[in-house]
Design a protein around this ligand. Structure first.
Ligand code: SAM
Length: 251
């Protein structure tokens, strides 16, 4: 039987498509895509004309048997989403779960992923982080989710759309208080921006410059508790030491 390749595609900059991804898209007999019109543009850019099949949240279960039959017949297939890594806040989980349960070969072809791109350049701790995808759309549910996260010590990571970014920043301010927030906007694109401050400060920045609320966002929030305090203690200890040394006091 063939394999299903789970292929990451760019999140903005086409140069981020890997050489391996490009080769595999040229070798498979079918590309299962979240939006075939969107993926058609990528394939055209690569000079490829591979047959496509739509695979989105509403037909994913129904596609499983169809795609499995092709694998059994020896074909190799690719799964892509509109941007970044499939299954990460994108379709594909049901397909991958079902194919694995049937013993099929599922092969990752890694590449761009907005949450990893955002974290690796934000300057917040990355040793432990908690990815939460999109927060609930309804205000009450969103605040409920944030309240539940208030005690977590890991860096919190969210995806957000331009429609809700201001509401979400207001809720972050309300539920988590004056913590450090880093907002990564339009990653890998022309207007890539990192904003750093409290949620209230970032909100004020958007009020002053509406362009700052356009595009796609990854929101990262400092975790609660000991690690921040620990850092604070170190800084205070350093300042105390410097003061003591400056005054010629032996330590
Ligand atoms: N599968 C994608 C990935 O690997 O990151 C995520 C897909 S999800 C439907 C789309 C969300 O990802 C956007 O609303 C935004 O939060 C984030 N995102 C995608 N591309 C981005 C970019 N270029 N800059 C910032 N955030 C981005």
């Amino acid at each position: 039987p063939g394999a299903l390749y789970v292929v990451a595609t760019p999140i903005g900059n086409l140069e981020d498509l890997s050489a391996r991804a490009s080769r595999i898209l040229g070798e498979v007999t079918l590309v299962a895509a979240e939006d075939t019109r969107h993926t058609a543009r990528l394939l055209r850019h690569l000079g490829l004309s591979v047959p496509m099949l739509s695979l989105h949240e509403h037909n994913e279960q129904a596609r499983v048997d169809q795609l499995d039959a092709r694998l059994t017949a020896g074909e190799s297939l690719a799964l892509v989403s509109d941007a970044g890594t499939p299954l990460i806040s994108d379709p594909g989980f049901v397909l991958v779960r079902e194919l694995r349960a049937r013993g099929r070969r599922v092969v990752p072809v890694p590449g761009a992923c907005a949450l990893v791109a955002a974290l690796c350049a934000a300057g917040l701790p990355t040793d432990r982080f908690l990815f939460q995808g999109f927060l609930p759309a309804k205000g009450g549910n969103r605040r409920g989710r944030l309240e539940g996260l208030a005690v977590r010590e890991e860096t919190l990571v969210f995806y957000e759309s331009p429609h809700r970014i201001r509401d979400t920043l207001a809720d972050l301010d309300h539920c988590l208080g004056p913590r450090r927030v880093v907002l990564a906007r339009e990653l890998t694109k022309t207007f890539e921006t990192f904003l750093d401050g409290s949620a209230a400060e970032l909100l004020a920045c958007m009020e002053a410059d509406p362009d700052q609320s356009r595009g796609e966002f990854v929101i990262m929030v400092a975790g609660a508790g000991p690690r921040d305090d620990q850092q604070g203690t170190d800084i205070e200890a350093d300042a105390l030491l410097a003061a003591l040394l400056g005054e010629g006091v032996g330590v």
